[in-house]
Design a protein around this ligand. Structure first.
Ligand code: NAD
Ligand code: DAU
Length: 372
């Protein structure tokens, strides 16, 4: 099987590449990534020693980047992770989100249609090579925001509220349009918040870990009561793998593990877990920016309530019944276990954190949070 994985140098895309290499022998993966601030070749540098993986730098919006990949490698499955993915950045620069997330998706669909089409049926619809598929990695944010009760199902109407989620909803609609108008074999997956290794430290969990280790304040938007539904990244990868192989063409699948947490509880749990791991293994203390054996300063007094995100969605919660009953997917990693694994990974991979935050990050951080 030949995969085109766009955004494979980002958080989930890189985890997906590693998942494929670990689980399948006879595959070829081409990663197309433009290496924006969120993409880092270092994340997959060891994997690139494997001849099953090829890296191409390029923008998903450009046919000059996407067409040669199809010509040269005969892509069979395209998984589109590439996107501008951070809500806060979308509030500052919405246009980039529309360009990458909507126009980029449309160019990928158009390229795939061009190279996968084999002719036309009697009604004028294109016919396609056997077994090809386009999978759009979408998000639960396209459904908007929930009150205290209820869950997002695949039938929940789209109601995006941020420039990021609006651009992802726009992308979903163009994928659906290619599925209906050109009968392209497509799937859309909509997942809840991921966490795990290689998560860029502008997002809540890795940012909190990084700030604790540096003895900085921990910014919590508003009163910290917003709820997200957290899923370990490898469980997301497993779900995408299943949808590619067994998902019914044209269908949308929600992915989530019934793991709703208030932001403030996530922050408190991260503080106590970091502290426990530092106590457990003295070696870890070497990564602290504040020296000294005493780590009693790692406590909830580091929390700082800051100005709320504009249009901050209150609650997300996925109903994963469809993917569970139709494809047999279930999340394997319990949150209590996944968060420890994740924090341990950050403690042991500070080089990676330094590498990905050495460029634009410091400037971004100062603009978002000031000098806290
Ligand atoms: P990320 O920001 O960590 O990675 C995005 C990757 O896409 C980066 O490697 C970046 O260089 C690349 N990229 C950006 N613009 C590009 C362009 N124009 N051309 C080529 N490459 C480009 O994002 P992530 O958190 O890994 O999310 C991956 C996908 O999953 C996104 O589509 C996102 O909407 C979706 N998603 C994310 C989550 C989550 O919790 N992180 C949850 C559900 C869905
Ligand atoms: O739900 C899926 C989505 O999850 C994905 O589609 C997005 O790509 C991904 O970034 C994520 O979006 P969120 O906005 O939910 O993630 P983020 O980590 O930015 O924020 C999680 C929650 O924490 C949110 O309610 C805002 C809050 N927050 C975030 C940051 C960065 C804070 O309170 N303080 C912070 O400093």
């Amino acid at each position: 099987m030949t995969y085109l994985v766009t955004g494979g140098a980002g958080f989930i895309g890189a985890n997906f590449v590693k998942y494929l290499l670990k689980n399948y022998r006879d595959i070829q993966i081409i990663v197309l990534d433009d290496l924006t601030y969120a993409g880092n070749l270092g994340t997959i540098k060891d994997d690139l020693k494997d001849e099953r993986l090829i890296f191409v730098k390029g923008n998903i919006k450009d046919a000059e980047a996407t067409c040669p990949i199809f010509e040269k490698y005969g892509v069979q499955w395209l998984v589109n992770f590439a996107a501008e993915s951070h809500v806060d950045r979308s509030i500052e620069n919405p246009q980039l989100f529309l360009e990458t997330n909507i126009l980029g998706t449309q160019n990928l669909l158009e390229t795939a249609k061009k190279y996968w089409a084999t002719g036309k049926d009697k009604n004028g619809y294109p016919t396609y090579k056997d077994g090809v598929k386009y999978l759009q990695v979408s998000t639960d944010e396209v459904y908007g925001s929930l009150g205290e009760t209820g869950f997002f199902t695949e039938k929940t109407p789209l109601d995006p509220r941020s420039p990021y989620s609006a651009s992802k909803a726009g992308a979903d609609l163009i994928v659906k349009a290619y599925g209906e108008t050109y009968k392209m074999p497509v799937n859309i997956t909509r997942c809840s918040n991921n966490y795990g290794p290689y998560h860029f430290p502008e997002k809540l969990i890795p940012l909190i870990i990084k700030n604790i280790l540096e003895g900085k304040q921990l910014p919590v938007y508003g009163n910290g009561s917003n709820i997200r539904d957290w899923l370990y990244v490898e469980d997301h990868c497993k779900a995408i793998d299943l949808v590619l192989a067994k998902g019914k063409v044209g269908e949308v699948y929600n992915i989530g593990g019934h793991n709703e947490k208030k932001n403030i509880d996530i922050v408190k749990l991260t503080i106590s877990t970091v502290r426990n791991l530092l106590e457990e293994n003295k070696e870890y203390k070497k990564v602290l920016k504040r020296s000294g054996e005493d780590i009693s300063w790692i406590n909830e007094s580091l929390i700082s309530y800051v100005k709320d995100r504009l249009g901050h969605d209150q609650r997300y919660a996925i109903d994963p019944t469809k993917i569970t009953t139709e494809l047999g997917w279930y999340p394997e990693t319990r949150f209590e276990e996944g968060i420890v694994k994740t924090i341990r990974w950050y403690l042991e991979n500070q080089d990676w954190v330094e590498e990905v935050t050495s460029g634009d990050y410091q400037h971004y951080y100062r603009q978002m949070y000031g000098n806290r």
